[in-house]
Design a protein around this ligand. Structure first.
Ligand SMILES: Nc1ncnc2c1ncn2[C@@H]1O[C@H](COP(=O)(O)OP(=O)(O)OP(=O)(O)O)[C@@H](O)[C@H]1O
Length: 850
């Protein structure tokens, strides 16, 4: 059994050690799987290491056919895992419940075109059994495990066939595809276990009728890849450096979990760390430098190297649209026959079988290498595919390629392609310039038209092309669009966005809206761009706690003056506390944190930073956070400090569902703070809190003192009655108040309550410029008071009386009053009980909104 191996291939810079070598030399590192494993019957989660999971699902419910699909992209370790299972089973360390395991590679099955029985099928692949022994073995299906590796390399489709067409006996002949389907459906060897690997779920329709467990391999987690780097490098310092470098520079491409990619990075960094050469900055450089190194090792002359790349590029394109498994004919059609015996060929292709025989088959070592070769072909042969433009090429291959545009962009940069150009000859200048032009135009278009493909996907390409002059050209023509992003952000997008912003020397304002799951890694990529922005708005995002730590480092001693984190509901006290660390010494003047899930627990930290001489905060927006009295009382400690520079504090609620929950209990502390010498508060918004008369009457006390700096006060919908209005009137008439704006709408005090404010307006001590009494149940009965107030007043500029119960009867007088007033600029009378009859009168005064 142990002579069997799924793939015979040798080690290369682009594909790593063979699976067989990895397991036999004990270099196998456990792999991670996706978390969304099925729940067990008792509600517990399945184990989450790959090996445990496979064991569990294979040994579950042994009376039925147990089919397990092991899924994961190319190079993630499916074959290696199978190889490891086999080795462990043979060494009696795992899966002892199975007496026999029969491994198959789908690729080999492609050659089995004739009909045969299951017995013959097994004997063809595993010749060490005799027919007699096999017949006995097959009588106990429950002790058998069949492994089928690499479904995408099977030329025939497995279909969900009707039961009558399936095989039921091991000696019954049928096409191999039917034998496999019969096994899977449980018609043949009922009770046997089946494990199949595939890169994707694309061709799994044959499993639709049966119960099947899916295990998704993710590859190496960060600790697993650290272990891998430690294993490959002998020097632990180099291992750490290479690991960190790979994480930071390549992490966002989403490839680092892939063992083969880790191998390539180790190979490359080992070389560059030894020679002191430049380390790769982009994905393109990784593949350019690795292939250049392969070519150098084989010392091929320039013409032949170019022919090889051209041939591989052509075959790569053919393979994309046709089959992953390629024949000798495909090789010859691509002009590669001359390289058949060259070891260089196997640096890019897996060879199965004897190259001298007609049965030899080939496949590209990975889709990403395939795409890299297509990109090279594009620049090396301008006649290829009718000389089509990059746009047409990408359009044609959309859906089947992932990194082609990335490589095309990277290779358009002379410095990045240089190591390969020295080996395969010059790239077409027309093509490199054409790419540059295309990239510029599509990026500009995406910035101009919101419906166009999102700009961030082009920023990735700009980052790859490493061409700051090109970015500058784009930003010169599209300055406005470059600072605003309204979509999901990935780590790759963040790195690309940072690159673009940095190439432009920063943006004064940077807005990221509605991006969920902004991780610490993403924020880390964006720190340089953030630090250059004076205004930073990250609205309706979900930032991780680590992101707030990074944001704190952005504002700490930075140039950011305004930070708007509105509607980051998940921030909470932990995020806020991390952020406030940055406030200790910063230029930040405006901090907007409405609807951020804050509670009283964060207010102590906030109060402490407000009291620091190094804090510059002028505006603090805490609307719709459930801070409660306790939170505001804590904050007052900061407000009382002579160092506190806060001028504007907003603690209203944007909706009843998001209350600040303040009551009269916080008002005494606030009154003391307002009276304290250091307090520089000029604007206070406490609307939509149940302060009641008992609370606001306490606040009125400091307002009557000259030392109180408050100029604008909003107390909309605070459950106030006549008593408070009387006191507010007294404040305005006191001659000491600096109040210039007062909003007291939605407190249903009627004419009797409002009377006190009309009287205050008539007093020449009152300096109010803005008064809002929306929806306070004002009727025509107050017309006399209004009239007296407006005739005498010389300061009021805006008056809001909308949503009251005034009728047509008041209109002529009101309009006359406004027309006569020298100061009033705007009066809002919308939504009163007016009929259309008076609209003509309103029209005579441009200052009335009705
Ligand atoms: N667990 C592992 N530990 C160490 N190296 C590994 C591990 N898994 C994979 N590798 C390395 O990655 C290479 C590719 O792995 P493997 O061939 O198993 O991937 P795959 O998922 O079967 O890919 P494909 O879909 O292309 O067949 C192996 O040859 C080996 O060098």
């Amino acid at each position: 059994m142990m002579t069997y191996c799924f793939e015979s291939r040798h080690q290369s810079a682009l594909c790593g050690q063979s699976p067989e070598e990895v397991v036999l030399t004990n270099q196998y590192i456990p792999l991670s799987i996706a978390e969304n494993m099925e729940m067990e019957g008792d509600g517990t989660r399945s184990p989450n290491t790959l090996e445990d999971t496979l064991r569990t699902v294979l040994l579950r419910n042994r009376d039925q056919a147990r089919v397990v699909m092991m899924l994961g992209p190319a190079g993630v370790g499916k074959t290696t895992t199978m190889q490891k299972m086999l080795l462990d089973w043979a060494g009696r360390e795992e899966l002892e419940e199975f007496d026999f395991i029969f491994p198959f590679a789908f690729r080999d099955l492609t050659l089995l075109e004739q009909e045969m029985s299951l017995e013959d099928f097994i004997l063809v692949q595993h010749g060490h059994f005799t027919s007699e022994s096999l017949a006995v073995i097959l009588q106990s299906p429950q002790s058998l495990l069949f492994m089928f590796d690499g479904l995408e390399q099977y030329q025939y489709r497995l279909e969900s066939t009707s039961h009558s067409a399936l095989c039921t006996k091991p000696n019954q002949s049928a096409p191999v595809s039917v034998l496999i389907t019969s096994l899977v459906q449980g018609e043949l060897l009922k009770g046997a276990s089946i494990l199949i690997t595939a890169r994707s779920t694309a061709s799994l329709s044959f499993l639709s009728d049966i119960e099947c467990n899916h295990v998704q391999i993710l590859g190496f987690s960060p600790p697993q890849r650290k272990a891998y780097f430690d294993q490959v490098f002998t020097d632990p310092k180099n291992a750490e450096q290479a690991f960190q470098y790979t994480e930071q520079k390549m992490g966002f491409y989403g490839l680092c979990g892939n063992p083969v990619f880790c191998w390539i990075m180790c190979f490359l960094l080992k070389e560059t760390l030894e020679t002191g050469d430049d380390l790769p900055e982009t994905l393109t450089q990784v593949y350019v430098q690795t292939s250049a190194s392969i070519f150098r090792a084989h010392n091929l002359e320039e013409g032949r190297a170019r022919d090889l790349v051209l041939g591989l590029g052509k075959m790569a394109t053919y393979s994309l649209g046709n089959s992953q498994l390629l024949s000798q004919k495909d090789l010859a059609d691509s002009g590669l026959q001359q390289f058949l015996m060259s070891p260089l060929l196997s640096a890019f292709l897996f060879l199965y079988g004897d190259p001298a025989s007609d049965n030899c088959m080939f496949s590209f070592i990975s889709p990403i290498v395939q795409e890299f070769l297509i990109a090279l072909l594009y620049y090396l042969d301008i006649t290829w595919s009718g000389g089509e433009s990059v746009e047409v090429l990408l359009g044609k291959l959309e859906g089947s390629v992932k990194f082609l545009d990335v490589f095309l962009s990277g290779l358009s940069d002379a410095a990045q392609r240089k190591p390969l150009e020295g080996i395969v000859g010059e790239f077409s200048k027309d093509r490199t310039e054409g790419l540059r032009e295309w990239l510029k135009n599509t990026t500009v278009q995406s910035l101009q038209f919101l419906s166009y493909k999102r700009p961030l996907s082009y920023y990735r390409l700009l980052h790859q092309s490493q061409n700051p002059a090109l970015v500058k050209e784009i930003s010169d023509s599209q300055a406005a669009g470059l600072g605003r992003y309204y979509s999901e952000l990935s780590a790759w997008d963040s790195a690309a966005l940072n690159y673009v912003v940095m190439c432009c020397g920063g943006r004064d304002e940077l807005h990221l809206h509605s991006s969920l799951n902004i991780t610490g890694e993403m924020t880390l990529h964006l720190i340089p761009a953030f630090r250059l922005s004076r205004k930073l708005a990250l609205l309706q995002c979900t930032l991780s706690t680590a992101s707030y730590v990074h944001l704190a480092s952005v504002i700490h001693k930075g140039r950011t003056v305004e930070l708007d984190l509105s509607y980051n509901r998940a921030m909470g006290d932990s995020g806020a506390k991390a952020l406030f660390e940055g406030l200790r010494d910063c230029s930040l003047q405006i901090l907007r944190l409405p609807v951020c899930g804050l509670r009283a627990a964060c207010c102590e930290d906030l109060a402490s930073v407000l009291a620091l001489p190094s804090t510059q905060l002028h505006v603090l927006d805490l609307r719709s956070n459930e801070l409660q009295d306790e939170g505001l009382i804590q904050l007052c400690r900061g407000l009382r400090s002579p160092h506190c520079k806060l001028q504007e504090l907003r603690m209203t609620s944007l909706a009843r569902a998001f209350d600040c929950n303040l009551t009269d209990a916080c008002c005494e502390g606030l009154a003391v703070a307002l009276l304290s010498e250091g307090c520089s508060l000029t604007e206070l918004d406490l609307s939509l809190n149940d302060l009641g008369d008992s609370g606001v009457l306490q606040l009125c006390e400091p307002l009557k003192f000259q030392g109180c700096s408050l100029e604008k006060l909003r107390l909309v919908n605070c459950q106030l009655s006549e008593a408070t209005f009387r006191e507010l009137g007294a404040v305005l008439r006191s001659g000491n108040s600096r109040l210039t704006a007062l909003d007291v709408g939605l407190n249903k005090v009627g004419n009797t309550g409002a009377k006190y404010l009309w009287q205050a307006l008539a007093d020449n001590h009152c300096q109010l410029e803005h008064l809002d009494m929306e929806m306070i149940n004002l009727t025509d009965g107050s017309l006399e008071d209004i009239s007296a107030a407006l005739k005498a007043n010389t300061s009021l500029k805006t008056l809001v009386l909308k949503n009251n119960i005034l009728t047509d009867a008041s209109v002529p007088s009101l309009v006359q009053l406004i027309n006569d007033s020298r100061t009033i600029q705007k009066i809002n009378l919308q939504y009163n009980d007016f009929t259309e009859d008076v609209f003509e009168i309103f029209e005579t005064c441009g200052r009335v909104k009705y």
